[in-house]
Every structure is written in structure tokens, then in C-alpha cells.
Design a protein around this ligand. Sequence first.
Ligand code: NAP
Length: 259
Amino acid sequence: MDLGIKRRKALVCAASKGLGKACAMSLAREGVDVTIVARTAGPLADTAEEIRKAADVHVTAVATDITTPEGRAEALAACPAPDILVNNAGGPPPGDFRDWDRDIWIKALDANMLTPIELIKATVDHMIERRFGRVVNITSAAVKAPIDILGLSNGARAGLTGFVAGLARKTVRHNVTINALLPGPFDTDRLRSNLQVVADNAGRPVEEVARERADGNPAGRFGDPAEFGEACAFLCAAQAGYITGQNILLDGGAFPGTL
Ligand code: NAP
């Protein structure tokens, strides 16, 4: 299926590894020119090269912290009017809410709620003018079913989800959609470090905890980031203009609800 987005421009945040990288790769394979952002220059340059080898597109790498105003300005200078915006950033650390002061909360809100909102604000009017725009927010399965040790993520992402629910119904008239992909457990560095925390707390080997978690998923495994990237590319397709304001779970069926 041709997704009809060749030569479109995408800004993909937090994209040197994991889910962001997979989204950038899938978009590039559809012929989209991608600007990828991450803080650490080395792995980012490696990912840019990997994408160039896999797809005949322009790849621009911007090594910056997307959760800061300066970082967002740098990313937008490199890709001022994207047709596609993939919002992503590192997730907040796990812990007990009794240990979190205001500064810790503000950091989580900045990364996982206010940064995506700022980037939408900076790009959505250009999309509306061109009558094409696709925004995909990478949030978390925690938006549907909270994860106890990830209270910062539960809170910040729910805030973003509520805001987007309103805006997505305003922009769709102009063929600008805003949706969220909610990852369950995908096999990335982030998942591995969360499993390490669980294993350390329980005094168990991380491999054992990982195996148990994977087995406990209805699919019997963790998700492959490439599967996530392909779902992102579809939401960005020309054909996906009637899908907006949706929160799509990719969790192997782990969420137990009928709907
Ligand atoms: P990952 O494998 O650790 O990759 C994170 C990527 O984001 C890296 O490229 C990292 O590069 C970049 N990054 C982190 N903070 C950044 C910042 N402030 N500015 C720019 N780039 C930044 O993580 P992942 O598993 O793909 O997770 C992506 C998002 O999905 C996270 O918010 C995570 O909480 C959420 N999520 C993941 C899962 C899962 O199972 N994997 C499940 C639910 C939710 P640098 O460190 O060099 O900046």
C-alpha cells in the first residue's frame, strides 16, 4: 500500500533509539524526509546514517534536548514547517509519589505534556494552511491503565491526552489529524531499564523478570519497535485523514477491556 506521503517532511522527536527511531525509519521507507532529534550526538548520527542507507530520503540530525525552549527552537530551525510531527521524549523515572517534589513534577510535565503542546502550537497552523498535517504523540499504555511505579508518566500523559482530545476535533476539518499511539511493553532500552528497577526491588535476576513479563503478555512476547513504527507511518498516511483524536493501544492485548 502506498501511503501517499513521499517527499513530505517529518520532525521526529527523541528518535536515535527505540520507538522514535522506529517511527523515523518507517516514515523514511515511505519516502518522507526526516529530521530526527535526540540529545546524544553519536548514536543520533549513527541512526541518521542507518536511515540514509535504508531509504533514499533527506535525513537531518539535530542533537538537542527537545524538552527545553532552546532545543525546540533548534529542532524547528532545522524543520520549520513539518507535514508530520511525531512527539516523543524520554519517559519520567519510576518511583514513589512521596519522593516527588514540585520540580520533579514540572520536569515530567515539561517533557511529556508541555513539549508536545508547544511543538503542536509551533507547527499546526502551517499544516492547516497546507491542508495536510499528521501529528502522532507517543504516550503510553499507562494512559488507559496506570502503572503504579510510573505515577509521573500516568499524570503528565493524561494531561496531554485531555488537551489533544479537544484540539484534534478542531484541526481535522483542515485535514490535520492528531492521534496518540499508546505503547505497551516494547523491547527498547527504556523497557530494559524499567525491568531492571523491578528486578532490583524484588532481588531477582532481570532476565527472569523479563521472561515472566513477556510470557504474561497475551502475545507471549514484547513488541518489536518496528511494529510500532509501521503503525505510526499508517497514521501519517494520506488515507488516514478521517482518524483523529484517537488513542491507539499497541500492547499485544494486555489491556483486558472489551472496548
Ligand atoms: P528509549 O529506547 O530509551 O529511547 C529514547 C529516545 O529518546 C532516545 O533516542 C533518546 O536519546 C531520546 N530522548 C530522550 N530524552 C530526550 C530529550 N529530552 N530530548 C531529545 N531526545 C530525547 O525509549 P523508548 O522505549 O523508545 O520510549 C519512548 C517513549 O515511549 C518514552 O516516553 C517511554 O516512556 C514511552 N513508553 C515506552 C514503552 C516501552 O515499552 N518501550 C512503554 C510505554 C511508554 P538521548 O538519550 O540521546 O536523548
